[in-house]
Design a protein around this ligand. Structure first.
Ligand code: UTP
Length: 296
């Protein structure tokens, strides 16, 4: 069955980015001049998905407004003849059919995904974490969807990280398969200590899930941090031999982490024709000298 629906959980509290995320979801923080979440929706659409369900929290309004029309702005820009900015604000309106469901309480990523059951039904579906930005040139979702079509089950996206960073991620124990680039996931541990991690393979925020995950999530009890963890439900599926991993070696940023967010903004801005040259000229002077009031 074709993967046509994506679920984007965006109901987390974003505590690592406070106070910016007190009233604004972290997914709406701008990466250059587009909110992080728009890159994520564009990535899903580029992989052939045409139906997106956001799992939202308190801050649903900003997300809804961003993916809706803004007639006042459209009128002003049209009157000014500013076609470029007009195209910029309308681009997010028609990307996909967009739906929203409220999580109510941030009880964990597993709980957020379980909110999608009624909408998704009995189809395989993609999950893209709204604060995980994959460089548009390094897309991995099409490979994951192809893997699901080839072997079934649920497909994770795995990235090799230095051992001292594995405690920030879900970690996968893996075995090779007959297919190049595809591994069998035999076990999963949420944020293990470096000396307890079975590998350096971190699970990052892209998944193609079998709808069987919903039944498992229903009986998943709160795990690490008191949250209902998606990793715990996936571990049960992995023990049944139905979870695979696709290796990702591209550029990826965690826009919910302040340093990674800044890196995303700088790297993507440097590659833009309108901003890159001026930023490239300015950066060496900032790096060479400590910031002073005179630094332009
Ligand atoms: P994170 O753990 O990165 O999100 O969850 P968080 O809790 O908002 O972040 P910090 O650690 O407090 O800064 C990964 C993804 O799962 C979503 C988040 O919005 C994020 O996209 N999530 C998490 C939910 O939708 N609901 C939850 O209950 C928890």
């Amino acid at each position: 069955m074709r993967v046509s629906k994506a679920v984007i959980p965006a109901a987390g509290l974003g505590t690592r980015f406070l106070p910016a995320t007190k009233a604004t979801p972290k997914e709406m923080l701008p990466v250059v001049d587009k909110p992080a979440i728009q890159y994520v929706v564009e990535e899903a659409v580029s992989a052939g998905i045409d139906d997106v369900l956001f799992i939202t929290g308190r801050s649903k309004r900003a997300l809804e407004d961003h993916f809706d029309r803004n007639l006042e702005l459209e009128t002003v820009l049209a009157e000014k003849g500013d076609r470029e900015r007009l195209a910029g604000i309308t681009a997010s309106n028609d990307l996909a059919r967009i739906h929203y469901v409220r999580q109510g309480e941030a009880l964990g990523l597993g709980h957020a995904v379980s909110m999608a059951e009624r909408h998704v039904g009995d189809e395989p579906f993609a999950v893209l974490l709204g604060d995980d930005l994959i460089d548009p040139r390094d897309e991995v979702l099409p490979d994951m969807i192809a893997a699901r079509e080839a072997v079934g089950g649920s497909i994770l996206c795995l990235m090799e990280v230095p051992r001292e960073q594995i405690s920030l991620y879900g970690c996968a124990a893996v075995e090779p398969t007959a297919t190049d680039g595809l591994v069998l996931v035999t076990d999963l541990i949420e944020k293990p200590a470096a000396d307890e991690a079975p590998s350096n393979w971190a699970v990052i925020g892209r998944y193609v899930l079998d709808p069987g995950i919903f039944a498992v999530l229903k009986r998943t009890t709160p795990g690490r941090g008191g949250e209902i963890q998606l990793t715990d439900a996936l571990r049960e599926l992995a023990h049944g031999g139905a979870v695979y991993g696709v290796a990702f070696r591209g550029r990826r940023y965690d826009t919910g982490d302040r340093l990674s967010y800044l890196q995303a903004v700088i790297r993507l801005a440097l590659e833009r024709d309108d901003l890159g040259p001026a930023l490239r000229d300015w950066l060496p002077s900032v790096l060479a000298a400590p910031a002073t009031k005179e630094t332009p």
